[in-house]
Design a protein around this ligand. Structure first.
Ligand code: PEP
Ligand code: MN
Length: 341
Protein backbone atom coordinates (compact mmCIF):
# COMPACT_ATOMS: atom_id res chain seq x y z
CA UNK A 1 0.00 0.00 0.00
CA UNK A 2 1.33 3.46 -0.89
CA UNK A 3 -0.14 6.68 0.51
CA UNK A 4 2.69 9.18 0.74
CA UNK A 5 5.73 9.55 -1.48
CA UNK A 6 8.60 11.56 -0.03
CA UNK A 7 10.95 12.92 -2.67
CA UNK A 8 14.69 13.19 -2.02
CA UNK A 9 15.88 16.74 -1.28
CA UNK A 10 17.97 16.46 -4.47
CA UNK A 11 14.93 15.48 -6.61
CA UNK A 12 14.50 17.61 -9.71
CA UNK A 13 11.24 19.24 -10.85
CA UNK A 14 11.17 16.73 -13.72
CA UNK A 15 11.44 13.77 -11.33
CA UNK A 16 8.64 15.19 -9.14
CA UNK A 17 6.39 15.67 -12.18
CA UNK A 18 7.18 12.17 -13.36
CA UNK A 19 5.98 10.70 -10.04
CA UNK A 20 2.82 12.85 -10.13
CA UNK A 21 2.09 11.62 -13.67
CA UNK A 22 2.55 8.02 -12.56
CA UNK A 23 0.07 8.50 -9.67
CA UNK A 24 -2.45 10.23 -11.92
CA UNK A 25 -1.99 7.56 -14.57
CA UNK A 26 -3.23 5.02 -12.02
CA UNK A 27 -6.42 7.06 -11.62
CA UNK A 28 -5.58 8.89 -8.36
CA UNK A 29 -5.46 12.58 -7.51
CA UNK A 30 -2.47 14.00 -5.66
CA UNK A 31 -1.99 16.32 -2.75
CA UNK A 32 1.30 18.13 -3.26
CA UNK A 33 3.16 19.63 -0.26
CA UNK A 34 6.28 21.53 -1.20
CA UNK A 35 8.36 22.28 1.88
CA UNK A 36 11.73 24.08 2.05
CA UNK A 37 13.55 20.75 2.40
CA UNK A 38 11.39 18.13 0.80
CA UNK A 39 8.43 17.59 -1.45
CA UNK A 40 5.71 15.22 -0.30
CA UNK A 41 3.21 13.71 -2.71
CA UNK A 42 0.04 12.36 -1.10
CA UNK A 43 -2.08 9.87 -3.03
CA UNK A 44 -5.82 10.53 -2.71
CA UNK A 45 -8.10 7.50 -2.83
CA UNK A 46 -8.21 3.86 -1.82
CA UNK A 47 -4.62 2.74 -2.30
CA UNK A 48 -4.94 -0.69 -0.72
CA UNK A 49 -4.23 -2.47 -4.00
CA UNK A 50 -1.23 -0.31 -4.91
CA UNK A 51 2.22 -1.70 -4.16
CA UNK A 52 4.81 0.79 -2.92
CA UNK A 53 7.44 -0.89 -5.14
CA UNK A 54 6.14 0.82 -8.28
CA UNK A 55 7.04 4.20 -6.81
CA UNK A 56 10.21 3.19 -4.94
CA UNK A 57 11.98 2.45 -8.23
CA UNK A 58 11.26 5.90 -9.71
CA UNK A 59 14.20 8.36 -9.79
CA UNK A 60 14.16 10.99 -7.03
CA UNK A 61 11.91 9.01 -4.66
CA UNK A 62 13.36 8.79 -1.12
CA UNK A 63 10.60 6.93 0.73
CA UNK A 64 7.11 5.50 0.27
CA UNK A 65 4.86 5.39 3.34
CA UNK A 66 1.49 3.76 4.02
CA UNK A 67 -1.01 5.31 6.39
CA UNK A 68 -2.50 2.59 8.50
CA UNK A 69 -5.13 4.80 10.15
CA UNK A 70 -8.67 4.89 8.79
CA UNK A 71 -8.59 8.64 8.39
CA UNK A 72 -6.07 9.54 5.76
CA UNK A 73 -7.17 12.85 4.23
CA UNK A 74 -7.67 14.33 7.72
CA UNK A 75 -4.23 13.21 8.93
CA UNK A 76 -1.26 15.47 9.29
CA UNK A 77 1.00 12.80 7.83
CA UNK A 78 -0.85 13.08 4.55
CA UNK A 79 -1.10 16.87 4.58
CA UNK A 80 1.71 18.30 6.75
CA UNK A 81 0.86 22.01 6.37
CA UNK A 82 -2.07 23.62 8.25
CA UNK A 83 -5.26 23.89 6.23
CA UNK A 84 -6.33 27.51 5.83
CA UNK A 85 -9.97 28.13 4.98
CA UNK A 86 -11.14 31.34 3.30
CA UNK A 87 -14.59 32.63 4.24
CA UNK A 88 -15.77 36.05 3.06
CA UNK A 89 -12.38 37.75 3.28
CA UNK A 90 -11.44 35.97 6.53
CA UNK A 91 -8.80 33.25 6.78
CA UNK A 92 -9.34 30.48 9.33
CA UNK A 93 -6.43 28.32 10.55
CA UNK A 94 -2.64 28.75 10.37
CA UNK A 95 -1.62 31.80 12.39
CA UNK A 96 -5.10 33.28 12.40
CA UNK A 97 -7.42 33.32 15.39
CA UNK A 98 -11.15 33.59 14.73
CA UNK A 99 -14.09 34.44 16.96
CA UNK A 100 -17.47 33.03 16.02
CA UNK A 101 -20.20 34.53 18.20
CA UNK A 102 -23.94 35.04 18.29
CA UNK A 103 -27.13 33.79 19.83
CA UNK A 104 -27.87 30.12 20.32
CA UNK A 105 -31.11 30.61 18.33
CA UNK A 106 -32.30 33.30 15.97
CA UNK A 107 -35.37 34.61 17.83
CA UNK A 108 -36.33 37.92 16.20
CA UNK A 109 -34.86 40.79 14.18
CA UNK A 110 -34.12 43.05 17.15
CA UNK A 111 -32.31 40.35 19.13
CA UNK A 112 -30.23 39.28 16.12
CA UNK A 113 -29.30 42.74 14.86
CA UNK A 114 -28.40 44.06 18.32
CA UNK A 115 -26.16 41.05 18.99
CA UNK A 116 -24.52 41.29 15.55
CA UNK A 117 -23.78 44.99 16.01
CA UNK A 118 -22.06 44.37 19.34
CA UNK A 119 -20.03 41.41 18.04
CA UNK A 120 -18.82 43.30 14.99
CA UNK A 121 -17.86 46.37 17.04
CA UNK A 122 -15.95 44.30 19.60
CA UNK A 123 -13.92 42.48 16.90
CA UNK A 124 -15.76 39.18 16.37
CA UNK A 125 -15.50 37.90 12.79
CA UNK A 126 -18.27 35.39 12.12
CA UNK A 127 -21.89 35.49 13.27
CA UNK A 128 -23.58 32.33 14.54
CA UNK A 129 -27.32 31.78 14.98
CA UNK A 130 -29.42 28.63 14.87
CA UNK A 131 -32.53 28.62 12.68
CA UNK A 132 -33.05 24.85 12.91
CA UNK A 133 -32.47 23.80 16.51
CA UNK A 134 -31.80 20.24 17.69
CA UNK A 135 -33.31 20.39 21.19
CA UNK A 136 -33.26 17.68 23.80
CA UNK A 137 -37.02 18.03 24.32
CA UNK A 138 -39.34 18.21 21.31
CA UNK A 139 -41.48 20.69 23.31
CA UNK A 140 -38.62 23.22 23.52
CA UNK A 141 -38.18 26.03 20.98
CA UNK A 142 -37.06 24.28 17.78
CA UNK A 143 -36.01 27.41 15.92
CA UNK A 144 -37.69 29.69 13.37
CA UNK A 145 -36.61 27.48 10.46
CA UNK A 146 -36.57 29.23 7.08
CA UNK A 147 -38.02 32.40 8.68
CA UNK A 148 -34.88 32.50 10.82
CA UNK A 149 -32.77 31.97 7.73
CA UNK A 150 -34.34 35.08 6.15
CA UNK A 151 -33.30 37.09 9.20
CA UNK A 152 -29.78 35.69 8.91
CA UNK A 153 -29.67 36.86 5.29
CA UNK A 154 -30.74 40.36 6.36
CA UNK A 155 -28.24 40.55 9.21
CA UNK A 156 -25.47 39.39 6.90
CA UNK A 157 -26.20 42.31 4.56
CA UNK A 158 -26.47 44.69 7.51
CA UNK A 159 -23.27 43.63 9.31
CA UNK A 160 -21.11 42.29 6.47
CA UNK A 161 -20.21 39.34 8.72
CA UNK A 162 -20.17 35.80 7.31
CA UNK A 163 -22.84 33.52 8.76
CA UNK A 164 -22.64 30.05 10.27
CA UNK A 165 -25.79 28.08 10.99
CA UNK A 166 -26.65 24.47 11.72
CA UNK A 167 -27.95 21.96 9.17
CA UNK A 168 -30.05 19.20 10.69
CA UNK A 169 -31.20 17.40 7.63
CA UNK A 170 -29.87 16.62 4.12
CA UNK A 171 -32.95 18.10 2.41
CA UNK A 172 -32.30 21.55 3.96
CA UNK A 173 -28.71 21.84 2.73
CA UNK A 174 -29.46 23.63 -0.55
CA UNK A 175 -31.78 26.21 1.03
CA UNK A 176 -29.42 26.87 3.94
CA UNK A 177 -26.43 27.14 1.58
CA UNK A 178 -28.06 30.13 -0.12
CA UNK A 179 -27.48 32.15 3.05
CA UNK A 180 -24.86 30.38 5.17
CA UNK A 181 -21.15 30.84 4.56
CA UNK A 182 -20.32 27.89 6.82
CA UNK A 183 -22.51 24.83 7.45
CA UNK A 184 -22.53 23.63 11.06
CA UNK A 185 -22.98 19.97 11.88
CA UNK A 186 -23.97 19.79 15.53
CA UNK A 187 -22.81 17.34 18.16
CA UNK A 188 -26.03 15.32 17.83
CA UNK A 189 -25.45 14.80 14.13
CA UNK A 190 -21.72 14.13 14.11
CA UNK A 191 -22.46 10.45 13.45
CA UNK A 192 -25.06 11.14 10.73
CA UNK A 193 -22.99 9.72 7.89
CA UNK A 194 -25.44 10.53 5.08
CA UNK A 195 -25.53 14.15 6.22
CA UNK A 196 -21.73 14.24 6.36
CA UNK A 197 -21.50 12.85 2.83
CA UNK A 198 -23.98 15.40 1.53
CA UNK A 199 -22.21 18.43 3.05
CA UNK A 200 -19.01 16.90 1.70
CA UNK A 201 -20.41 17.37 -1.80
CA UNK A 202 -21.06 21.10 -1.27
CA UNK A 203 -18.52 23.86 -1.69
CA UNK A 204 -19.25 25.38 1.72
CA UNK A 205 -16.83 25.03 4.66
CA UNK A 206 -18.18 22.62 7.27
CA UNK A 207 -17.92 23.22 11.04
CA UNK A 208 -18.05 19.76 12.61
CA UNK A 209 -18.82 19.58 16.33
CA UNK A 210 -17.65 16.60 18.37
CA UNK A 211 -20.47 14.33 19.60
CA UNK A 212 -20.93 14.00 23.39
CA UNK A 213 -19.76 10.41 23.35
CA UNK A 214 -17.24 10.48 20.53
CA UNK A 215 -13.64 9.37 20.76
CA UNK A 216 -11.08 11.47 18.93
CA UNK A 217 -10.64 8.66 16.38
CA UNK A 218 -14.39 8.65 15.66
CA UNK A 219 -14.36 12.44 15.38
CA UNK A 220 -11.54 12.37 12.81
CA UNK A 221 -13.25 9.57 10.88
CA UNK A 222 -16.37 11.74 10.63
CA UNK A 223 -14.24 14.57 9.24
CA UNK A 224 -12.85 12.02 6.78
CA UNK A 225 -16.42 11.29 5.54
CA UNK A 226 -16.70 14.95 4.50
CA UNK A 227 -13.18 15.21 3.03
CA UNK A 228 -13.63 11.99 1.05
CA UNK A 229 -16.49 13.57 -0.90
CA UNK A 230 -14.15 16.34 -2.12
CA UNK A 231 -14.80 19.13 0.38
CA UNK A 232 -11.40 20.14 1.79
CA UNK A 233 -12.71 22.82 4.16
CA UNK A 234 -13.53 21.16 7.45
CA UNK A 235 -13.21 22.84 10.86
CA UNK A 236 -13.20 20.64 13.98
CA UNK A 237 -14.87 21.87 17.17
CA UNK A 238 -14.46 20.49 20.69
CA UNK A 239 -17.68 21.32 22.62
CA UNK A 240 -17.51 19.14 25.70
CA UNK A 241 -18.13 15.46 26.25
CA UNK A 242 -20.20 13.46 28.72
CA UNK A 243 -18.58 12.15 31.86
CA UNK A 244 -19.73 11.03 35.30
CA UNK A 245 -19.97 14.42 36.99
CA UNK A 246 -22.37 17.03 35.66
CA UNK A 247 -22.97 18.67 39.04
CA UNK A 248 -21.17 21.89 38.23
CA UNK A 249 -20.82 21.88 34.46
CA UNK A 250 -23.08 20.74 31.60
CA UNK A 251 -20.26 18.80 29.92
CA UNK A 252 -16.56 18.14 30.41
CA UNK A 253 -14.65 20.42 28.07
CA UNK A 254 -11.86 18.19 26.78
CA UNK A 255 -9.09 20.69 26.18
CA UNK A 256 -6.49 17.96 25.75
CA UNK A 257 -8.33 17.18 22.51
CA UNK A 258 -6.99 20.46 21.10
CA UNK A 259 -3.24 19.66 21.01
CA UNK A 260 -4.06 16.03 20.12
CA UNK A 261 -6.17 17.10 17.13
CA UNK A 262 -3.58 19.69 16.06
CA UNK A 263 -0.93 16.97 16.08
CA UNK A 264 -3.06 14.33 14.33
CA UNK A 265 -4.67 16.61 11.78
CA UNK A 266 -4.01 19.66 9.61
CA UNK A 267 -7.61 20.91 10.01
CA UNK A 268 -8.37 24.04 12.08
CA UNK A 269 -9.52 23.27 15.64
CA UNK A 270 -12.07 25.41 17.49
CA UNK A 271 -13.44 25.23 21.03
CA UNK A 272 -16.97 26.09 22.18
CA UNK A 273 -16.79 26.97 25.90
CA UNK A 274 -20.52 27.86 25.97
CA UNK A 275 -21.81 24.34 25.30
CA UNK A 276 -18.60 22.93 26.81
CA UNK A 277 -19.39 24.25 30.28
CA UNK A 278 -23.04 25.36 30.16
CA UNK A 279 -22.14 28.39 32.33
CA UNK A 280 -21.55 31.96 31.20
CA UNK A 281 -19.12 32.63 34.08
CA UNK A 282 -16.81 29.89 32.77
CA UNK A 283 -16.64 31.10 29.15
CA UNK A 284 -13.82 33.59 29.67
CA UNK A 285 -11.50 31.33 31.73
CA UNK A 286 -12.09 28.26 29.54
CA UNK A 287 -11.87 30.35 26.38
CA UNK A 288 -8.44 31.60 27.47
CA UNK A 289 -7.36 28.05 28.35
CA UNK A 290 -8.47 26.85 24.89
CA UNK A 291 -6.34 29.53 23.20
CA UNK A 292 -3.35 28.51 25.34
CA UNK A 293 -3.95 24.87 24.34
CA UNK A 294 -3.50 25.88 20.69
CA UNK A 295 -7.03 26.40 19.38
CA UNK A 296 -7.52 28.29 16.10
CA UNK A 297 -10.71 29.95 17.23
CA UNK A 298 -13.61 30.02 19.68
CA UNK A 299 -17.37 29.75 19.25
CA UNK A 300 -19.39 31.52 21.95
CA UNK A 301 -23.06 32.25 22.55
CA UNK A 302 -24.12 35.86 23.10
CA UNK A 303 -27.57 37.31 23.86
CA UNK A 304 -28.70 40.87 24.67
CA UNK A 305 -31.03 39.51 27.39
CA UNK A 306 -29.91 36.00 28.29
CA UNK A 307 -32.61 35.71 30.97
CA UNK A 308 -35.23 35.95 28.19
CA UNK A 309 -33.44 33.68 25.67
CA UNK A 310 -35.49 30.89 24.10
CA UNK A 311 -32.50 28.54 24.32
CA UNK A 312 -29.24 28.33 26.26
CA UNK A 313 -29.53 31.69 28.02
CA UNK A 314 -27.60 30.42 31.06
CA UNK A 315 -24.51 29.84 28.90
CA UNK A 316 -24.78 33.02 26.80
CA UNK A 317 -22.60 36.05 27.41
CA UNK A 318 -24.37 39.39 27.78
CA UNK A 319 -23.25 42.11 25.35
CA UNK A 320 -21.25 43.75 28.11
CA UNK A 321 -19.59 40.41 28.95
CA UNK A 322 -18.77 39.82 25.28
CA UNK A 323 -16.81 43.09 25.25
CA UNK A 324 -14.93 41.96 28.35
CA UNK A 325 -14.37 38.53 26.79
CA UNK A 326 -12.75 40.16 23.72
CA UNK A 327 -10.53 42.39 25.89
CA UNK A 328 -9.41 39.45 28.01
CA UNK A 329 -8.62 37.01 25.22
CA UNK A 330 -6.55 39.44 23.13
CA UNK A 331 -3.32 39.16 25.18
CA UNK A 332 -3.57 35.35 25.19
CA UNK A 333 -4.01 35.28 21.40
CA UNK A 334 -0.89 37.46 21.14
CA UNK A 335 1.18 35.24 23.44
CA UNK A 336 0.28 32.29 21.21
CA UNK A 337 1.67 34.22 18.20
CA UNK A 338 -1.71 34.32 16.52
CA UNK A 339 -3.45 37.13 14.75
CA UNK A 340 -7.05 37.99 15.62
CA UNK A 341 -8.86 38.32 12.31
C1 PEP B 1 -25.08 24.89 18.72
O1 PEP B 1 -23.90 25.27 18.61
O2 PEP B 1 -26.05 25.58 18.39
C2 PEP B 1 -25.35 23.56 19.29
C3 PEP B 1 -26.59 23.04 19.30
O3 PEP B 1 -24.27 22.97 19.81
P1 PEP B 1 -23.93 21.39 19.98
O4 PEP B 1 -24.27 20.75 18.67
O5 PEP B 1 -22.46 21.40 20.28
O6 PEP B 1 -24.76 20.90 21.12
MN1 MN C 1 -26.90 26.58 22.18
Amino acid sequence: MADIIIMASSATEKQINNVIKKVQGLGFDVNLSKGAEKTIIGIIGDTRGISDEIFKILPGVAQVISILKDYKLASREFHPQDTIIKVGGIEIGGNNFTIIAGPCSVENRKQLFKTAECIKKAGGSILRGGAFKPRTSPYSFLGLGFEGLKLLKEVKEFSGMPIITEVLSPEDIDGISEVADILQIGARNMFNYRLLQKVGRTKKPVFLKRAFSSTITEFLNCAEYILKEGNKDVILCERGIRSFDSTFTRNVLDLSAVPVLKKESHLPVFVDPSHGTGRRDLIIPMGKAAIAAGADGLMVEVHPKPEEALSDGFQSLTLEMFNRFMDEIKPVVKVMNKKLC
